[in-house]
Design a protein around this ligand. Sequence first.
Ligand SMILES: NC(=O)c1ccc[n+]([C@@H]2O[C@H](COP(=O)([O-])OP(=O)(O)OC[C@H]3O[C@@H](n4cnc5c(N)ncnc54)[C@H](O)[C@@H]3O)[C@@H](O)[C@H]2O)c1
Length: 441
Amino acid sequence: MSGQVSNNGSIAVIGAGYVGLVNAACLADIGHSVACFDTDAQKVSRLSSGIVDILEPGLPELVAKNLDSGRLSFHSVADKALNSAETVFLCVDTPTDPVTGPNLRNLMGAVDSVLDHGENVSTLVLRSTVPPGTTAKVSAEIAVKNGHRSMDIVVHPEFFQEGQAVDDCQSPCRIVVGSDNEAAALRVAGVWQNTDVPFLTTDTATAEMIKQASNAFLAAKISFINDIARICDATGADIDLVAKGMGLDPRIGHRYLQAGIGFGGSCLPKDLRALISSAKLLGWTPPTLAAALKVNDDQIAVIAEKLEKRLGGLQGKKVAMLGLTFKPDTADFRDSPAMALGQYLSRAGGKVRATDPALDQLPQEARDEFDLVADPAECVVGADAVVLATAWPIYQKLNWSEIASSMSGDLVVDGRNVLDVAEIKSAGLRYVGVGRGSVSD
Ligand SMILES: NC(=O)c1ccc[n+]([C@@H]2O[C@H](COP(=O)([O-])OP(=O)(O)OC[C@H]3O[C@@H](n4cnc5c(N)ncnc54)[C@H](O)[C@@H]3O)[C@@H](O)[C@H]2O)c1
C-alpha cells in the first residue's frame, strides 16, 4: 500500500489500543510519518521494541516493518508525539457505564493533550466511537480552553472487525467522514489513498450516528436470530436452516444471523447501551434497541437453563468451558458472553474449568473466576458437561470419542452451533445446540 502520500503533514495517533495501533501501523505503511501516543508507558515501551500484545493477523509484521522504516514511533510523553503533528487521530477508548452512560473522560483527556502540546495541529480526527453530539462537546471544550485556535474536527468512524482489523483498515467497505468543513473531510478521507472505496461525507452528528446505528443494527440482528432460536428450540425447527433460508434473501443477508450465546466484545454491547442512554436523555427509550439488549442479557440464562435442566441442577456440577474470548481469532475478553456464561454457571454452584487459546492474555482480575487450563483435553477430564462458548477452529476439530472417554457425564452444549452433531452423537454423547430443536437431545 505504499506510494504517493497526500499532503496531510505528519500524523499523530492518540491511543495505542486496537484501533490506534492498527490505524497507526496502516497509516505509516501508506507512507505517512506517524507518532503514536499512549499514556500506558509499559505498552509504549513494548511496542517500541516491536512487541504487539494484540492478536491480529499481520499486525506484528506491519508494526515491525514500519518501526524499521522510521515512519512509525511510539511515545508515552504527549509533547514528543504531538509537537510536529498537523493531523491527530483520536483513538482512545470511550466506555459506556451501564448506569451512568457514555464516559468521555479519556477522549477529553486526549483533546487536552492536543491543546497543550499540538501547536501545529489543524485537523482533529475522531476515530473513536462516540455518541451523537460528542463533536459539539469537543468543539465547545476547544473554544473554552483555547478560543484562538482554529481546528477542523472530522468524525471518521472505524468499522473494522477484530480478527481482520488490518485488512479491514487497509481495504474498508466504506469511508465515512463528517465535518462542518467539507474540504477537511475530504482531506481526511484522502489520507487512505483508497480511491476505489465508497465514501460518504456528512455533518458530524450524522457520522457519529452512522457508526452507532451500524453497531446497534448488527446487535439487533444477532438478538433477533436468538429470539427466533428460542422458538425453534420449543418447536423442533432448525435455526441454522431458518437462518440460511432467510439469508438467501439479499434484503436480509447471511451475516450476523448465527444463533448462539449472544454478542459481546468491546463494541456492540457498549455502543448499543450508549445509544439507548443518549435517547433516554432525549426523553424516551427506543424499544427495538432496548429489546436487542434485553434478549442478549437474557441469553446467558437461556443457555445455562439448557445445562441445568439436563444435569438436574448446577450445584456441584463440573462444567468444562471451551473458549473465553468474545469471538475466535482475537485475544479480546472484553464483555465476552463466554466469560459471562462461565460466571453465571459458577455463581449458580457449578464447578467451572475453562480453556482458551489466548489464555495467557486473560486479564489478571479474571483469573480467579474459574479453574483455568491451557489444554482442552485436560479441561474436559471428569466433566459432567462440556460447553463450547467461543467458536475457535481448534474446538471444531476435537476428537469427541476421546473426550467422551475422559468425561464423567455425557452432555455437550454447543453455544455457537458449530460442532459436528453426528460425530458427537456417535461418540455416545448428548448434543444440545441453540435453536437446533430437531437435533438436540
Ligand atoms: N476494538 C474494536 O474492534 C473497535 C472497532 C471500531 C471502533 N472502536 C472504537 O475505537 C475506540 C478505541 O477502542 P479500542 O478497542 O482501540 O480501545 P483500547 O482500550 O484497546 O485502546 C485505547 C487506548 O487508549 C489509551 N488512552 C486512553 N486515554 C488516553 C489519553 N487521554 N491519552 C493517551 N492514550 C490514552 C489507553 O491506554 C489504551 O491503550 C473506542 O471508541 C471503540 O469503541 C473499537
